[in-house]
Design a protein. Structure first.
Length: 316
């Protein structure tokens, strides 16, 4: 019998946590947000063993041609339950699963689906191919038995069109970037509902492990120009205005960029930057301190290299 690295890592988590996970179940509770569209609200917190990694928002769309899902959660266990819940809700089989970007809280659950119905941007597929094993190892360490049986599976369909029609339900597919190198956003043209993946956060601090802040803000400008009525962010509550999530995400990114640049120019170290005050307007935002400190680790070294002159002692 061959034991994979993935399953060996799961075995290192320990008997008690694994047993606890085996006795627990994901709570998948779709809430109607538009005609024929439901949102599953992920936990507004970091990925933890206690939440099984189920922190990303998921969208379910009912069409006459079948059920469409946007993102699939962190594990095969989540994906299987999602499929059951969605098909019972719509009384239609799942015919398409979109993956908005490479991060595992959104995409590892595609293991539960036929890759032939799973679609993503070419850049997302390439990123998942490059980083999938590393993400898998990290999630097995963190989530233990929640991840049992979850393999790295790549989407079988590469998105090369601007829209896809499901029996008259036309979904516009927007190839953007910034939160990652390839971010998919979808607009349901019938209801005006924007499903934005992690390009949008609401009342939950944006995460930046693969972010390009300038490209992200450009993508926010594209989303702001769309004629949409409401928005499902990648994390946080449903936005019935369609605008608040865009404005808040941009506000956080602008503040973060300015704060990190000023800190680098002032010579602060990474610990000092992570402890800087967060503006009162972000006081109600979940995980704000956590994400600020993560963003310092993600972005600050490159900013220091770009903004601070190199001083070579030798030869002077």
């Amino acid at each position: 019998m061959t034991i994979s690295r993935r399953h060996a890592l799961a075995g290192l988590i320990g008997v008690v946590p694994m047993a606890a996970a085996a006795e627990s179940a994901y709570a998948i509770k779709p809430v109607a947000v538009a005609d024929g569209i439901w949102m599953i609200h992920g936990a507004d917190e970091p990925m933890l063993f206690a939440n099984g990694g189920a922190i990303a928002n998921i969208a379910i769309i009912a069409t006459s041609a079948g059920t469409v899902l946007v993102d699939a959660g962190p594990s095969i266990r989540y994906g299987r339950l999602l499929k059951t819940v969605a098909e019972e809700l719509t009384r239609q089989r799942v015919v398409r699963v979109y993956v908005t970007h490479l991060h595992p809280d959104h995409g590892m659950g595609i293991t539960a689906f036929d890759p032939a119905i799973v679609a993503a941007l070419p850049g997302t597929i390439a990123d998942m191919k490059r980083d999938g094993s590393g993400f898998s190892d990290a999630l097995y360490r963190l989530l233990g038995d929640w991840m049992r049986g979850t393999d790295v599976v790549l989407p079988g369909r590469s998105i090369d069109q601007a829209a896809e029609d499901f029996g008259g339900c036309r979904l516009r597919l927007l190839a953007l970037a910034g939160h990652s190198a390839a971010d998919l956003a979808l607009l349901d043209e019938r209801t005006g509902t924007l499903i934005a993946g992690d390009l949008l956060f609401l009342d939950r601090a944006p995460s930046t492990p693969t972010a390009d802040l300038e490209r992200w803000r450009e993508s926010l400008s594209v989303l702001a120009a769309l004629r949409h009525k409401a928005a499902i962010p990648g994390h946080g509550p449903f936005d019935p205005t369609g605008r608040r999530a865009i404005d808040q995400t941009r506000d956080w990114l602008d503040w973060l960029d300015m704060t990190l640049r000023q800190a680098a120019s002032s010579g602060l170290d990474m610990v000092e930057v992570g402890d800087l005050p967060i503006p009162p307007r972000f006081a109600g935002m979940a995980a704000a301190r956590y994400e600020l400190q993560r963003s310092v680790s993600h972005l600050y070294p490159a900013l220091e290299a770009a903004l601070l002159p190199r001083v070579d002692v030798e030869g002077e």
